[in-house]
Every structure is written in C-alpha cells, then in structure tokens.
Design a protein around this ligand. Structure first.
Ligand code: GLN
Length: 536
C-alpha cells in the first residue's frame, strides 16, 4: 500500500475568498485522474463542532452521513467528490484541545508540561494520520480555515510545517489561495496583498508550492510574473481563479491552467489523463439552461444566503435535470410575521416554494402564513424539516380546525401539540450533538408522490432535528386528508403530502435530502418540486 500524500490549502489576505471551492476542486481533479482522495476541513475555532453556531455566523451546518455537524465546506467537498465523508473530516481546535486536556487528566502525559508544541501539534497530526489510515486515500487534501496570520490557525500551520519536514518534500505540498483585488478607480490588479500573505506564510516556515490567485478578473500576465518572482515560484505555478457564475466551473478553470498536473508532479505522483467529461457536461447544461422558474425561499436566515447553501445547490442540480434555471426569491419569514410584507405580494408571482428548515419561535408564524397561502393557492411547495413540521401545524389548524395547534418548540402550552418532543428527548439537557443526527432508514409508502420520486421502498437521508410529528395526532391528520408518505422504522413520520388531485405538489420531509444532492445525482424531492413548478 502506498503512503498517503498530503496537500495543505491555506488562505491569505482575507477569509471568504473561495478556499473551500479550491480544496473541493483539488479533490475532484485528483480523483478524475484515478486517485483516491479525501478532504479534511480544519476550523481553528474553539467550538467542538459547528452544531452550536448560529447560521448567521458561519452559514449552514452541514450534516454528514454519520451525523457530524460540520462546516459547510464539507458540503462542497462531498458535492465535488461525489462521495460521503465522515465527521472526522472536520477538525476543530475545540476537538483537539478537548482531547489533549482529557488525556492530561487521565495522566497520559504524566510528569510532562503539556504544551502547544509538541502536544497540541502531535494531536493534530495524529488526527490527520488517522483519517488517512482509516480511509486509505492516496491523497488527503487539508484545508486550513481562516487566514494565515490568525493566532488561532498557528498550531495547525505548525503541524503542517512539521509534517513537511517529517514526511519529506515529495509527500507534502502547500497550495496558498490569496486575493488580488482590482482597484475600482484605476482598474488595476493589485498583487501586494498576495505578496504579503506569502511573506507571512514563509515567516511561519512554509514555502507554498502553488499559488491560486483569486481576483474579480482573469489574472494578467504581468501580475502573474510579478507574483511568481516575489513568491519564488515559476509563473506556471501561479494559477488564476477569477470570479465565475457557478462554483462548478472552478475545477475546469484550474485544470485549463495545468494546476492539477503541477500539483501531481510536486507530489511525485504519475500524471494521468483526467476524466472530466460528465462534469463538463453538467457545467454546460447548468450554464445553458435559460428557462427560469421562480422559487420562493421562505426562511429566517435569508440575509445570509449561505445559511441554506445545500438547498440552493440541490435546486441547481435538480434544475439541470429538469432543464430549468431556478431563480430564488428570498422571503424573510420574520417580515411576514411582523406584517412588514404581505404573503400575496411576495408569493403570488412564484412558480414554487421551499419552506426552509429552522429552529425556534421567531419567524415561525410567518412561515405558517406563507404555507397557508401556498396550500390554498395550489403553488408547488416543498417543506424541509421545520418546513414539514409547520405544514402539519397549518393543516391541523386550518383543515382539522384544531385551534392554536402548534409545535411545543414554539408554544410549550399549546392545547394541540401536533409536533412535540418524544419522552426520551425531554431529558436531554446538553445542547451540543444531541439532536437526531445523520442518515437513517426511511420507509416510503407505495402509491405516494414521494415514493414515485425515489422509486424505491427504502431510502437513507440525513436528519438534524429534535421534534417529531406527534404520533398521537397522526390518525386525525390522515382522516382529514393528509397522506403520510414515509415512516422511520420506529413508526415516526418522515414525510407527508397532500393528494395530487387536491394540490399540484405539496410535500414535506422530516429529513434533509439536500445534503445528499450531487451535481450528477440530484435529490428526488427537489426534482419533484421543480417539475411541478414548471408544469403550469
Ligand atoms: N426545529 C425543528 C426541530 O428541532 C426543526 C429543525 C430543522 O428544521 N432542522 O425538530
């Protein structure tokens, strides 16, 4: 068995310049050459996982098959690689320190002073080695979150530097992603910030092998020369990464400049002809479709679109399959709730809607209002998780006539808790990692729209929720005309829909099928929504 090689991806100048996409693209380009690849995200914050963070701060919490609550970059990695990763592919400072401190308490370092170097850096290296060993990959791409120079990131960069020394130059490569801004006054592409971030990296002891230069515009020859000179690199190792319409174009942009071949030669691997045909076809179709469908996105974190990243991507994937381009109309549920916007004003012109997932009271009544309008106006609607739960609330109130029916998450003293905590969930008093998380079995009911979309009896989709449709109310919901289209093995509701003859498409899932949507394998409920939204 060959030893795993490591590619560290660092970022310079500022965060949010697309390091995650470069990392995902690196994975795809290596995989397209027949190499087995994994991608790890290192997050230098002290949270143990992303589960306890507000989506406003970091965007969506991405859930892995094994129930890890991870950084949204894991979603990019899975979508680009077309493979499932595990919770071990997201390492945070919180995890590293927790484990070092636990070991210290157990006496594993007895007699020693426990320090960042070597104890914390050893823990980081061990975690990377263990992912490599367990997955048996040829190359492990490791994205280090944040920006070079951040205090939090230093132990991770130090661990990477040590790995280069210990494993040898042919086994570890460094890719640095930095920003070359364009001045709005003169239109000039500025290279100084890139140079400075390379200096910063060198100060830590790391010489990048390849620079990926983000810029609003294609990298100019002169800028490339200048950056190469200052960074001690050949101009061929300075790769441009300018703004494009879709993140899926980035691997092709990097490939066209020989990025992966250069990287492969640094790693002493054999270069092979990449197989990118189906990816190219996907990108062509993505860019080529111009038939627009307007899809309302009803949620309460709509100001930061990254809060719902996987859903946005799932709609894109489904759009390619259906042959339409979803135009997303963001509807802020709190504004509906507070009467700042009227549902008919924002929803009367859309072709379909997604009721987005969420937590807590704020905005929930706004979502219920939107659901009522969409149901009564026969507009195709897909409810995800909280979206399903609130659709049940709306149905209970308006169709069955259960006044003030609610989820106990929103109104703990509702007379009709149609969505509730299960008895064993009531005793949970820790917030981190205690939701129902990860993929589990879902049994679809023959003859339902959901069944037809999947065409299978059993599916596995990922969950992230605490509350359930209350089993005590299921009979009454069904008597009133709601169809339960999916169950879990314990008899809890996993999906519900209205009969097709009553509504063109009104369907909700307790799971989050968007997490498993891939460019070349779109998620069935999203395909269903877009088909229905197109067929007027
Ligand atoms: N807040 C709901 C629950 O905990 C729904 C969660 C979600 O939409 N992800 O069950």
């Amino acid at each position: 068995m060959t030893e795993t090689k490591y590619v560290f991806i660092t970022g310079g100048v500022m965060s949010g310049i697309g390091k995650g996409i470069v990392s995902a693209s690196t994975g795809l380009l290596l995989k397209s050459r027949g190499y087995k690849v994994g991608i790890v995200k290192v997050d230098p914050y002290l949270n143990v996982d992303a589960g306890t963070m507000n989506p406003y701060a970091h965007g969506e919490v991405y859930v892995t098959e094994d129930g890890g609550e991870t950084d949204l970059d894991l979603g990019h990695y899975e979508r680009f690689l077309g493979e499932n990763l595990s919770r071990k592919h997201n390492i945070t400072t919180g995890q590293v320190y927790l484990s070092v401190i636990n070991k210290e308490r157990k006496g594993e370092y007895l007699g020693k002073t426990v320090q960042i170097i070597p104890h914390v850096t050893d823990e980081i290296k061990q975690r990377l080695f263990s992912v490599a060993r367990e997955t048996g990959v040829d190359v492990l791409v490791v994205e280090i979150g944040g920006t070079v120079g951040d205090i939090e990131g230093l132990p991770f960069l130090e661990a990477a530097r040590q790995m280069y020394v210990e494993l040898g130059s042919g086994n570890v490569a460094f890719v640095h992603v930095a920003l070359a801004p364009v001045l709005s006054t003169t239109g000039e592409q500025k290279t100084k910030p890139v140079q400075h971030s390379v200096y910063e990296l060198r100060r830590i002891g790391i010489q990048p092998n390849i620079l990926v230069v983000r810029s609003p515009r294609p990298l100019e020859a002169e800028a490339r020369q200048k950056i190469a000179l200052f960074a001690n690199l050949s101009p061929a190792d300075v790769i441009g990464d300018h703004d494009v319409d879709y993140v899926y174009e980035v691997p092709l942009l990097l490939e066209s400049q020989g990025y992966a071949s250069r990287l492969i030669s640094k790693l002493g691997l054999q270069d092979r002809e990449p197989d990118l045909e189906s990816w190219k076809l996907f990108v062509d179709r993505l860019k080529g479709t111009d038939k627009v469908v307007h899809i309302a996105m009803v949620g309460k974190y709509t100001k930061l679109k990254d809060s719902y990243l996987s859903i946005v991507e799932a709609l894109r994937h489904a759009g390619v399959t259906v042959g339409v381009k979803p135009n997303l109309v963001w509807v802020e549920a709190t504004d509906v709730e507070e009467g700042k916007i009227k549902v008919e004003d924002v929803l009367s012109t859309v072709d379909g809607a997604v009721i987005l997932p969420g937590f807590g009271k704020r905005g929930a009544e706004g979502k219920v209002k939107a659901i009522r309008y969409l149901r009564e106006s026969n507009i195709p609607t897909l409810g995800i998780c909280f979206g399903l739960q609130l659709s049940v609330v709306e149905f209970a109130r308006d169709v069955i006539g259960l006044e003030n029916a609610n989820s106990t998450e929103i109104d703990p003293s509702t007379p009709h808790p149609v969505v509730d905590l299960l008895p064993w969930e009531r005793d949970v008093n820790e917030m981190g990692g205690t939701l129902r998380l990860g993929a589990s079995e879902i049994r679809l009911v023959k003859g339902t729209q959901l069944y037809d979309l999947y065409g299978r009896d059993v599916i596995y989709e990922r969950h992230r929720h605490r509350y359930e449709v209350n089993p005590k109310y299921v009979d009454r919901l069904v008597e009133a005309g709601l169809i339960i289209s999916a169950w879990n093995p314990q008899g809890l509701v996993e999906g519900a829909e209205l009969p097709h003859k009553e509504h063109r498409f009104f369907l909700g899932t307790q799971a989050h099928p968007e997490f498993k949507s891939r460019p070349l394998a779109p998620s069935p409920p999203y395909v269903g929504l877009l088909r229905a939204s197109t067929s007027r």
